[in-house]
Design a protein around this ligand. Structure first.
Ligand SMILES: Cc1ncc(COP(=O)(O)O)c(C=O)c1O
Length: 396
């Protein structure tokens, strides 16, 4: 018997993250669909947690990856050699951003992008204080975890970074916590794992102003809400503010692992002296990942994919009407759907799964499940998936 999808190997020899993994064997994926070896098809309504924004195995991305595979894989640690994929990616990405975000540090994941951003804020300001938000999730390494809000998840790993204060989103009174001792303020432009929490424009304007007054650097984490998820390439574009540092990952790589923190050249060059090599990475800017990311950016920014995100989001919102739903929070195609209990959410998610639609929970908001489909999903696919979810809600 082939070992490819052996459950025993999966359970005994791959480290677990929960006692109850989905355990679906996946043989291949295409567009919005995942396929098991025995031919069962699932709709990936969560994009592998906000990664497959242009669908699985987009043909242009696969082509770009294959072309790079025939040239070279890793040749040198980040920052030494000039390589076409990272050059072209940095050129494309900075061309899509405001002029003050003109320098990209390529890393391998979201948490690593945030680690770099936090270090950059400390290095540039010469301060140590960090301010973050209740409910936030910025990653699982020590620094990112230190600025993440979920105390239950953090407690066993203390001590973490000192000098981190948490404030509430949209609460103007808390802005005084940001002072001239604050190196950086880190915020998901749209909070993901808090259950899709959206700041008001007035709040983000005031936050930007407070950072300017105190000299604290504003770090916007768009690892989950960026790359077109909310209808613009980056969510901050909808709020009339520009961060000092932007972090991206997840959908940035089109299915391969890559992240980045992005800031001004002036700030970024401080990581190259006193000490030199103040922030380094072996695989950051991996050529195959960069080729995939560049192609993903090209797909995202040509045609009407982004301008159609809100219409598709509204269609899902209009279809998902049921008395058991307490609230829907939505930004583009990023949804949290609230119910009266965690148990009901589990019943709905597992019934939808049995019927071929993958939804998922949030890290810090148990009464909700998430929907974040590939932006490429079409109207018929939306209608079919919503039917399955409505039936699951009815049965729950
Ligand atoms: C907003 C946000 N920041 C950071 C991360 C961490 O990214 P990664 O899992 O690539 O380290 C995540 C992952 O879910 C995220 O949603």
């Amino acid at each position: 018997m082939t070992k490819d999808f052996d459950e025993g190997i999966f359970l005994n020899h791959l480290a677990p993250t929960t006692p109850w993994p989905f355990k679906i064997p996946i043989e291949r994926a295409e567009g919005i669909y995942l396929y098991t070896p025995d031919g069962k098809r699932y709709v990936d309504l969560i994009s592998g947690i906000s990664v497959s924004n242009i669908g699985h195995r987009h043909p242009e991305v696969i082509d770009a990856i294959k072309q790079q595979l025939d040239k070279h894989l890793h040749v040198m640690v980040y920052g030494e050699f000039i390589q076409a994929p990272s050059n072209l990616l940095a050129d494309k990405l900075t061309g899509l951003l405001p002029p003050s975000l003109n320098c990209v540090f390529l890393v391998n994941s979201g948490t690593e992008a945030n680690e770099g951003a936090l270090k950059l804020a400390k290095r540039v300001t010469g301060r140590s204080g960090l301010v973050s938000f209740h409910g936030s999730y910025h990653g699982s390494t020590h620094g990112s975890m230190s600025v993440s809000g979920n105390e239950t998840k953090k407690a066993p790993f203390r001590p973490l970074l000192p000098d981190v204060n948490f404030i509430h989103l949209n609460d103007f009174a808390n802005l005084g916590t940001i002072t001239t001792k604050t190196a950086g303020v880190i915020l998901e432009t749209i909070q993901g794992d808090a259950g899709v929490r959206i700041p008001s424009k007035a709040y983000l304007t005031a936050l930007r102003k407070r950072c300017d007054e105190t000299g604290a650097l504003l770090i916007l984490d768009e690892i989950q809400c960026g790359m077109g998820r909310t209808g613009t390439l980056f969510a901050f574009e909808q709020f009339g503010i520009v961060p000092d540092i932007l972090t991206v990952a997840k959908a940035f790589g089109g299915g391969l692992p890559i992240g980045a923190f992005i800031s001004s050249r002036d700030r970024m060059k401080q990581l190259s002296h006193s000490p030199i090599l103040g922030h380094i990475t072996t695989f950051g800017g991996n050529p195959v990942c960069c080729a995939s990311a560049l192609s993903t950016l090209e797909v995202l920014t040509c045609g009407n994919l982004l301008s159609d995100v809100n219409r598709k989001g509204k269609l899902i919102e209009d279809l998902l009407v049921h008395p058991k739903i307490h609230e829907i929070r939505r930004a583009g195609l990023m949804f949290a759907i609230d119910f009266d209990s965690e148990e009901r959410v589990h019943r709905i998610v597992s019934d939808a799964l049995d019927n071929g639609v993958i939804c998922f929970w949030f890290l810090s908001h148990p009464n909700s499940f998430r929907i974040a489909p590939p932006l490429t999903i079409n109207d018929d696919e939306i209608r079919d998936a919503c039917q399955v979810i409505l039936k699951a809600i009815e049965k729950s």
